[in-house]
Design a protein around this ligand. Sequence first.
Ligand SMILES: Cc1cc2nc3c(=O)[nH]c(=O)nc-3n(C[C@H](O)[C@H](O)[C@H](O)COP(=O)(O)OP(=O)(O)OC[C@H]3O[C@@H](n4cnc5c(N)ncnc54)[C@H](O)[C@@H]3O)c2cc1C
Length: 477
Amino acid sequence: MVEPGALRVDIDRAARAHGLRFPVDPSSGSFCTIGGMVAANAAGAHSLRYGATRTWVRALRAVFDDGAVADVRRGEAAPRQVSAVDRFLRQGHAAIVAGEEMLRARHWGVHKESSGYATAAYARSYDLVDLLVGSEGTLALFVGVELALTDAAGATSSVLGAFATLEDAVAAAAGAREAGAAACELLDRTFLDVARSGGDTLPVPAEAEAVLLAEVEGDSRLDAAVAARAIAALFHGAAALAVEVAVDERTEVELWALRHAASPILARLDPSLRSMQFIEDAAVPPQRLAEYVRGVRNSLSRSGVRGVIFGHAGDAHMHVNPLIDVTAPDWRQRVERLLDEVTTLVAGLGGTLTGEHGDGRLRTPLLDRVWSEAARDRFALVKRCFDPMGIFNPGVKVPVGGERALNDIKYDPALPPLPDAAREVLATVERERAYARSRLEMLREAGSTREERERDEVDGMRHGETLSVARRSRPRG
Ligand SMILES: Cc1cc2nc3c(=O)[nH]c(=O)nc-3n(C[C@H](O)[C@H](O)[C@H](O)COP(=O)(O)OP(=O)(O)OC[C@H]3O[C@@H](n4cnc5c(N)ncnc54)[C@H](O)[C@@H]3O)c2cc1C
């Protein structure tokens, strides 16, 4: 068993030392923990082929509401000696299984789901592991995780395709999925525009509405290259404007650099623009993906908000980063309107509000718009069985009443300001994607650097006017 605070990157590194890997790869992999991944049912680009975290969890060691600790293992009897588990088996199990037989709590056709509780998966397997994974710390705390691993890929190749319409790109992504691509990411025109605005010349025709980046795996370089050429032919068949194939590591890295281009550029844009992920990561049935992307674009433009849309096209699961000018007097109304419109859009398309990040306190008040009443009743029943006193993450997954999706927003200039040093550290984390670093450590370092600077200045004054004149007259640049 691995402890919950182990970083995903370290788990994967340990597996690779044995020719294996942990194939769930969120972009946050270098700093996110396995406890958080299990709790959110996290996923990543390669979930197209390997599924989300749930698939890979064999057993959980959990602390329940009364402090009891027990292992819950796939394929074995649930630990009935734990009162929370016993309550669930007596009061929850039958109602949930019967309810799911009538109407499954799932969004039909959606490939990735981190919203609500996985009552549908539980009703199929009767495995408590399925229910606990994705529960966002609301049912029990995980103190140990046993994972399944798989063989490391022998070799990979990648293909970039640029498309003149979203529909062409979506059709090509569906084809790539069927052809066995391990990953298939979409960069929407909004993303390409921002990447270009950073001064980058993109390896993509100016008229491209969307770009797909696909990765294939093979036992050998030759196998991977053959698979890549098949995807390239498929992209051509889907009317791609341009297709590039990368069969060696260096060229693959170059192709995928485009996918990583936006975040640093976003961080460098106008400082009054904040990239706020409040729409975050909806997933829709694949045949509705173009409608979803176009609908989000329209909502952004109606609200006068710039934003970038990108994500996991093979799973019809998209990230949206709206860029909000918090100095505009009506910024909050724009954010609220945008969230409202996109929630209506997702509900209308039969999608979920979150494919991998989880509901959190942001989406829980919106669940009544995307889940049926019967499904929400089942979620509430699960919560009552495991956590009757409401001590685990109250207000997440099951509303406690009176919550709003958008309460305090950390970027709100009307909130009391953070101390300068703390603000500077948080800005550095965002700018440099230093999420893996300890904020407190950075704060301490910033403090000691400031002290050193002050000491230098005092020393400078002690050395007299000559030194300070010399310093002042040093050329700039
Ligand atoms: C830049 C960036 C990129 C990201 N990219 C992705 C991505 O590609 N795919 C993806 O799925 N997610 C992504 N995320 C979201 C997030 O990082 C992941 O979902 C991650 O798995 C959460 O792990 P964490 O350690 O950050 O958990 P936290 O954020 O600390 O916690 C997440 C949830 O899990 C609960 N939790 C944490 N530990 C435990 C435990 N031991 N027992 C019970 N509950 C627990 C917490 O209460 C919370 O509700 C991204 C986030 C950022 C900031």
